[in-house]
Design a protein around this ligand. Structure first.
Ligand SMILES: [Zn+2]
Length: 412
């Protein structure tokens, strides 16, 4: 039987156990960088597979290295699954719902964890046929905690003793993408995300006598609209920026001018150039408006995640793997980047690779509750598909990278 057939059979055979694992993780969601229960579950699942296991210091990550055949001379490939949940109170009504108040796997990372465990088991069973090593990245803290950044600092990219040649990751989607369909694109895939925090300081006074005070509210309001004008007038519509002020606070009563006003915005951009410019220019705009009105202002522009960029060649490779393994009809191009952001961007900034999405919604209505909703449901059916895709990406990427290394070596 060919390796392709054995990988498929193994992934299918593992599915019932992975459903059990996924439900177990779903019942006990953990948030942030410290996921002790999840980490323990992963370590238990990987025990006895002959992997080199290590855990993080700054976070409860698990790194597993599978040594393939070839005596360590081949390349290494990285597969990533994030493991953290969200501060959401589950309202799905599923029988494996969260038992932790105020926490839910509302982004499907429980599936990602189970899929990566499955891939580790399947690939470990065929290690002699791998022309290189596989690094499994079980990552906490994707939801705004920069877990990927911490794992890179702690050496995930060199975990096998050499830098990985390529990296792949996958995210399930609860709406919009048809169930069982994989989608991705070359180039920019997801937005960069930053936070803008502004405090405008004036001088409080009586609402009837603004000339005796310095009103921070009108100044802050002008900044909010000027930021929108800046985005539409000074940024290329084909290299867009999205700036949303989601929080604005000032004052206590209608006839009192407060001492200060505060607002916060999320800023999304799709290129390093646009991200650099908005980082520089948004604070300057706020400072100059403040100066024009005799106000003081503190502006903090906090960097969050960079743009997620798929290498063009690796995105085409991943789409081909999907088409060959699952059939053309399961591979859909993604015409535009999406405005969500992702810390796998940090891995793809260091190593070429590709990030994909997999439709995992339960019904035919593709406009149902999406990721992060308390009603988001992800179906178990996609677990075996995720395992098979991870496994095939690893096998085929190692073959490709080993062949490339051979060609380069011969030319030296
Ligand atoms: Zn997510």
């Amino acid at each position: 039987m060919s390796l392709d057939d054995r990988l498929r059979d193994d992934a299918t055979a593992l599915a019932p156990e992975l459903v059990t694992l996924r439900h177990r993780l779903h019942r006990h969601p953990e948030i942030g960088l410290d996921l002790p229960v999840t980490q323990r579950a992963v370590l238990e699942e990987l025990d006895g597979l002959g992997l080199e296991l290590s855990t993080g210091s700054a976070l409860s990550s698990v790194t597993a290295v599978l040594r393939g055949g070839g005596g360590g001379s081949g390349p290494a490939v990285l597969l990533r699954g994030d493991m953290d949940a969200l501060p959401v109170t589950e309202a799905t009504g599923v029988d494996y719902a969260s038992t932790v108040d105020g926490a839910m796997h509302a982004c499907g990372h429980d599936l990602h964890t189970a899929m990566l465990v499955g891939a580790a088991r399947v690939l470990a069973a065929h290690r002699d046929e791998l022309p290189g090593d596989v690094v499994f990245m079980f990552q906490p803290g994707e939801e705004g905690w920069d877990g990927a950044g911490h794992m890179i600092t702690e050496g995930i990219l060199e975990a096998s003793g050499q830098r990985v040649a390529s990296a792949y990751g996958m995210h399930v989607v609860a709406a919009r993408v048809p169930r069982g369909t994989f989608t991705t694109r070359g180039g920019t895939l997801m937005a960069a995300s930053d936070a803008l925090r502004v405090t405008v300081r004036g001088k409080g006074g009586h609402g009837s006598a603004p000339h005796l005070a310095h009103d921070p509210v009108t100044g802050a309001a002008e900044m909010v609209t000027a930021l929108q004008t800046m985005v539409t007038r000074r940024f290329d519509v084909f290299d867009p920026v999205v700036l949303t002020v989601g929080s604005f606070h000032a004052g206590t009563k209608r006839n009192i001018i407060p001492d200060d006003a505060r607002f916060e915005a999320t800023v999304r951009s799709f290129s390093e150039a646009a991200q650099d410019r908005i980082r520089e220019e948004a604070p300057v705009l706020c400072e100059r408006i403040a100066a024009a009105h005799g106000l003081d202002v503190d502006v903090e522009f906090a960097a969050e995640y960079p743009v997620t960029v798929n290498d063009d060649g690796h995105a085409a490779f991943a789409a081909d793997v999907v088409a060959e393994v699952f059939g053309e009809e399961r591979s859909a191009p993604l015409p535009n980047p999406i405005t969500a952001s992702e810390d796998f961007s940090r891995v793809l900034a260091e190593v070429p690779g590709c990030y994909l999405f997999l439709g995992a919604h339960p019904g035919d209505d593709m406009d149902g509750p999406n990721n992060h909703s308390p009603r988001a449901v992800f179906v178990d059916d996609v677990l075996a598909d995720g395992v098979l895709l991870h496994s095939q990406l690893a096998v085929r990427a190692l073959r490709r990278d080993a062949a490339d290394a051979g060609t380069n070596g011969a030319g030296r």
